[in-house]
Design a protein around this ligand. Structure first.
Ligand code: NAP
Ligand code: GDD
Length: 337
């Protein structure tokens, strides 16, 4: 019998790569999609199966992490072998503008899902998308023993979700794990996160469509990995014989300034001629440096990243150049990487 999985946040960057991974392993994948007035399934459209087809391997369901009853009903009906909770208001800067919404969806949403699993009485395993943002002000390198010191409403909400996951493991013997993932990027990364904002701008500047890129703090240090490799880590955590929590990172980090240098070098330009500061992109409290120590997951689960941030910068710029060229020539383009 093939396995089944439910993914919240299936329309996001990680949700799309995880769906591809699980489908390639023969899973039936159920995705939770929130209602929106325009299509929000662009990252998974290439995997879409018509609802009238029989024996579909990808099935989408309308629901929202703010609706606990919908989640109980869904889980009771689907009885998935695995649940991946990737849904969240995931933008740190936005969480300062919408702190209560972020707390509700990113924090309480996790508890609603855990409680829905308990209330529906199903036998399943759950992965919680925890974040290096939980470490916040704690100095690097950070690992599973580093104390949390979140610096944003988003970070606080993720700390809540982390402990709720640990609590349901301890209280109800639920197979529940936290993946503490450091920043991971790809050509499918949301356009307002700094790496993608840079790679898109480089492509547009190169094509003569834009001249200036406005950014905030260039000194922040991040450990950027490659998203397709990180979803493999999520899956491995749920295949292990015991539930546990793992840091997922490359251990190699750079500043936003260094990422800019690498990205603009792809088109032979100097970023200093194009980048201007805009205070609106700064955060009321910043996370200065995140550099992960992923020794545990390498030892226990054999997971090891291969793509480091300079290669990632080049890969993302090249993907955005190709996508823009296709757009300008009217060709349809699919983001394959
Ligand atoms: P993302 O691209 O922003 O995707 C977030 C997903 O959550 C989207 O599918 C979004 O739906 C969905 N969502 C938002 N609000 C929701 C709600 N109220 N109910 C149900 N779904 C909702 O994020 P990502 O980069 O793939 O990250 C996946 C998860 O890992 C997130 O929980 C994030 O916080 C966490 N994380 C990410 C990183 C990273 O560097 N990428 C690192 C550590 C942890 P729409 O498409 O409709 O917006
Ligand atoms: N987004 C953005 N936009 N960030 C900027 C900008 C800008 O114009 N200018 C400078 N930055 C700096 C931010 O201040 C931050 O220090 C760094 O670039 C990275 O910002 P983001 O790409 O928005 O990512 P993040 O580190 O805040 O959060 C991401 O990683 C977390 C894991 O550590 C998100 O994916 C979170 O969901 C994830 O949990």
């Amino acid at each position: 019998m093939s396995k089944s999985a439910l993914i919240t946040g299936i329309t996001g960057q990680d949700g799309s790569y995880l769906t591809e991974l699980l489908l390639s392993k023969g899973y039936t994948v159920h995705g939770l999609v929130r209602r929106s007035s325009s299509f929000n399934t662009g990252r998974i459209d290439h995997l879409y199966e018509d609802p009238h087809e029989e024996n579909r391997s990808l099935v989408l369901h309308h629901a929202d992490l703010s609706d606990g009853v919908a989640m109980v009903n869904l889980l009771r009906d689907l009885r998935p072998d695995e649940v991946y909770n990737l849904g969240a208001q995931s933008h740190v800067r936005v969480s300062f503008d919408s702190p209560l919404y972020t707390g509700d969806v990113t924090g309480m949403g996790t508890l609603r899902l855990l409680e829905a699993i308990r209330a529906s009485g199903i036998d399943t395993r759950i992965y919680q998308a925890s974040s290096s943002e939980m470490f916040g002000a704690a100095p690097p390198p950070q690992n599973e023993h580093t104390p949390f010191h979140p610096r944003s409403p988003y970070g606080c909400a993720k700390v809540f979700g982390y402990w709720a996951t640990v609590n349901y493991r301890e209280a109800y013997d639920l197979f529940a794990v936290n993946g503490i993932l450091f920043n991971h990027e790809s050509p499918r990364r949301g356009e307002t996160f700094v790496t993608r904002k840079i790679s898109r701008a480089v492509a547009r500047i190169h094509a003569g469509l834009q001249d200036t890129l406005y950014l905030g703090n260039l000194e922040a240090v991040r450990d950027w990995g490659y998203a397709p490799e990180y979803v493999e880590a999520m899956w491995r955590m749920l295949q292990h014989d015991t539930p546990d929590d793992y840091v997922v990172a490359t251990g190699e980090a750079g500043t936003v300034r260094a990422f800019l240098t690498e990205a603009f070098a792809v088109v032979g330009r100097d970023w200093r001629e194009h980048v201007e500061f805009d205070a609106k992109y700064e955060r009321p409290s910043e996370v200065d440096a995140l550099i992960g120590d992923a020794g545990k997951i390498e030892t226990v689960l054999g997971w090891k990243p291969t793509v480091l941030w300079p290669d990632l910068a080049r890969l993302m710029v090249q993907a955005d150049i190709s996508a823009l060229e296709a757009e300008l020539t009217g060709a349809t383009v699919r983001i394959d990487r």
